[in-house]
Ligand binder design. Structure first.
Ligand code: ATP
Length: 200
C-alpha cells in the first residue's frame, strides 16, 4: 500500500507555515509521496486578482524544491472551473494506495460543508494540524471531530507540530506595507516575489 498525502491550498503565496506543516505531515503519516496542489479557482475564498495560478504554482515549486517525495501538481489549475477536493481525491484514488488529506484547523472545522463530504471521508483519511497556539478553539475541535466520527465513521487525525502563526494574508499585507517578509516565506519564494513585483 502506497501512502499518499495531499495538501491543497490557494498558496498565495506559499509560506513557512505551509512548508513546516507539509514536513510534519510526511513524517508523522509515514508518507511515500506528498502532492502539493494549488487550487484553480477556489470555492472557499475569493481569488487574488493580480497573481496568476502559474505564479502560485511556481512559488510552490520553489518552496518545496529538493524536498524528497514532494510533487507539486498543477492538477487543479489545469481543471476547468472551480476546484473541489472531492474531484482531486477521485483523480488520485487507487486500490494500491491510501490517501491522507492535510488541512489546517480553519479548514478542518468547515469540512462538513465542502462538496460531497461523505465521499471525501470514503476516499481519504482527513488529517489536521493546529495553526494557532490560541486554545480558544479546543472545545470546538473536539466537538467537530466527534461529530464527523459519528456522521462519517472516521476519526480526523492530528499532526502535532509547534504552530507557525503565519498566513498568506500576513505576507501579502507585509509586502503591501513595504515591510520585510524574511522568515515568513522561504528565501527562494521571497526572491521570486520581489523579481516579479507581486502583492505590492
Ligand atoms: P489566507 O491568509 O490567504 O487565507 P492561508 O495562510 O490560510 O491563506 P491557504 O493557502 O489558504 O493559506 O492554506 C492552505 C492550507 O494550509 C489550509 O488547509 C490551511 O488551513 C493550511 N495552513 C495555512 N497556514 C498554515 C499554518 N501556518 N500552519 C498550518 N497550516 C496552515
Amino acid at each position: 500500500m502506497l501512502r499518499i498525502g495531499i495538501y491543497g491550498g490557494t498558496f498565495s503565496p506559499v509560506h513557512t507555515g505551509h512548508v513546516q506543516a507539509a514536513k510534519a505531515f510526511m513524517e508523522q503519516m509515514w508518507l511515500d509521496v506528498l502532492y502539493v496542489i494549488p487550487t484553480g479557482t477556489t470555492p472557499h475564498k475569493q481569488m487574488d486578482g493580480e497573481v496568476t495560478a502559474a505564479q502560485r504554482l511556481r512559488m510552490c515549486e520553489l518552496a518545496f524544491e529538493g524536498m524528497e517525495g514532494v510533487i507539486v501538481s498543477d492538477l487543479e489549475i489545469r481543471r476547468e472551473g472551480k476546484s473541489y477536493t472531492v474531484d482531486t481525491l477521485e483523480a488520485l484514488f487507487g486500490e494500491d494506495r491510501r490517501l491522507f488529506l492535510l488541512m489546517g484547523t480553519d479548514m478542518m472545522l468547515t469540512l462538513g460543508d465542502w462538496r460531497e463530504p461523505e465521499r471525501i471521508f470514503e476516499l481519504c483519511y482527513p488529517v489536521y494540524i493546529r495553526r494557532e497556539s490560541d486554545k480558544a478553539l479546543d472545545e470546538e475541535i473536539v466537538q467537530k471531530i466527534a461529530y464527523y466520527n459519528q456522521k462519517y465513521g472516521k476519526v480526523v487525525r492530528r499532526i502535532v507540530s509547534d504552530p507557525i502563526e503565519v498566513s498568506s494574508t500576513d505576507v501579502r499585507r507585509a509586502i503591501a506595507a513595504g515591510q520585510s517578509i524574511e522568515g515568513l516565506v522561504p528565501r527562494s519564494v521571497s526572491a521570486y516575489i520581489k523579481e516579479n513585483g507581486l502583492y505590492v
